[in-house]
Design a protein around this ligand. Structure first.
Ligand code: COA
Length: 398
């Protein structure tokens, strides 16, 4: 997508122009009822989303703009049946590819995805989205690294550092702990964790290792270990059904923790990678227990010892992922399902989840403690120091 940067203002203006043309020439779309809610968003919601899009202050980036363009075309015209632009017509070819990639998803579905995407962009600018933005428990300020909303009895926690592939900083660990605590107590029935942008999460932010406190590396390892212990416990203790929507590649702790979710849905684009030994570290997130339990020792060892990266299909085969969806229908399909499930009696769902968890809870606490102890040692090792330095040296050369 790098080449598109040259033409980004063109593509962006095009999307806005197209939106305003449709507005000014009246509803050229074949929507019949303005009042009834169809399978996707209503016509009014679609129109509102177009207005909100025009009012955005920040450029959302080429990938997002292409997605908006494609969804707009699909919603207003239907599946892409126009001839493919020539090789040299670069901008139109990229746009055609984006539209074509939506395949045969219905205009209703496209309209819903368009509205969801615009809502998330508006909310990211602090403009609200018609949804309720939550704040950290006990704090007055909004989250800095997350987007937290509650709608239709579902609390959704979105890791929101897309430029850093949603790598988890110390601040983000603390905010996720607070968001889970809040979601555990609020009226929602189900909680969902997902990532903003093209990645689910790239794991621990490696810059966490470069912020050495006064007590030196040992103090850094100790405070990092305590934070990790608390973080993983927040997942072990979460009292309601917890769903991971793995919207793209996942690395490190974002993968190991998946064994503590109740459902894990992935787009076909997702990959699952735990490069601990390569980084001089060791497994966490209770994966030294949950992975062998889910997939058997040999498959778990391929991932946890030898850093094997799994595709979404492979992860589903070994039981780490519940179900894989095409990227084009991933969001719509899952949200539709979750909204139905959120109508199930809440206490019954929570109590059933807690029964399942209670069988292993004490063991999970013990595994978490053992993993954290081992990691605190590892973080002080030369192997870990050298691996983290190589990551940043490699980036400095780019
Ligand atoms: N910690 C800190 N920064 C990270 C990061 C991480 N875990 N993952 C990504 N980033 C940063 C990159 O440094 C880069 O920052 P920059 O734009 O300021 O240079 C930005 O996010 C985008 O990443 P980039 O590497 O350009 O994207 P990519 O698509 O080529 O690769 C990854 C994405 C995730 C495969 C690659 O960044 C990576 O390997 N990250 C490290 C993952 C890791 O080892 N996590 C810990 C596991 S224990």
């Amino acid at each position: 997508m790098a080449g598109l940067a040259l033409n980004s203002s063109f593509a962006w203006r095009f999307v806005r122009l197209r939106s305003s043309l449709v507005r000014s020439t009246g509803p050229s779309l074949s929507f019949h009822s303005t009042a009834s809610r169809m399978m996707g968003a209503t016509v009014e919601q679609f129109e509102q989303a177009k207005s909100k899009l025009s009012a955005l202050k920040n450029d959302p980036g080429n990938e997002v703009k292409l997605k908006i363009y494609a969804l707009f075309k699909q919603a207003s015209t239907g599946p892409c049946n126009t001839p493919k632009p020539g090789m040299l017509d670069f901008v139109n070819k990229v746009k055609w590819d984006a539209w074509k990639s939506l395949g045969s998803i219905s205009q209703d579905e496209a309209r819903q995805q368009y509205c969801d995407l615009v809502s998330s962009l508006v909310a990211a600018e602090g403009g609200g989205s018609g949804q309720v933005a939550a704040t950290p428990a006990g704090a007055g300020a909004a989250y800095q690294t997350l987007l937290v909303t509650t709608e239709d009895d579902i609390t959704s926690i979105t890791l929101n550092r897309p430029a850093k592939k949603n790598a988890i900083t110390t601040e983000m660990y603390n905010e996720i702990i607070a968001a889970l605590e809040q979601a555990g107590k609020d009226d929602s029935v189900i909680a969902v964790i997902t990532g903003a942008g093209d990645f689910y999460c790239s794991g621990n932010d490696l810059t966490n290792f470069t912020k050495i406190p006064e007590g030196g590396v040992e103090a850094m390892a100790r405070s990092g270990g305590e934070l990790l212990r608390k973080y993983v416990r927040a997942f072990i203790d979460f009292p309601k059904p917890l769903v991971a929507m793995v919207n793209g590649p996942a690395v490190g702790v974002s993968v190991t923790l998946l064994g503590l979710f109740d459902l894990v849905y992935a787009t076909e684009r997702a990959t699952f990678h735990t490069p601990f030994s390569q980084l001089g570290q060791s497994a966490e997130g209770c994966s030294s227990y949950t992975f062998p339990k889910l997939m058997g020792v040999p498959k778990a060892s391929e991932m946890l010892l030898f850093n094997k990266k799994l595709t979404a299909a492979q992860a589903c085969e070994v039981g780490l992922v519940t179900e894989v969806f095409p990227d084009s229908s991933f969001q719509t399909h899952i949200w539709r399902e979750l909204k139905e499930w959120a109508k199930i009696p809440a206490a019954s769902l929570a109590l059933s989840k807690q029964l399942i968890r209670s069988v292993d809870k004490e063991r999970l606490y013990a595994v978490n403690d053992a993993e954290v102890e081992r990691l605190m040692e590892r973080w002080q090792s030369d192997e870990c120091f050298n691996a983290v330095m190589s990551f940043f040296q490699a980036r400095a050369k780019l």
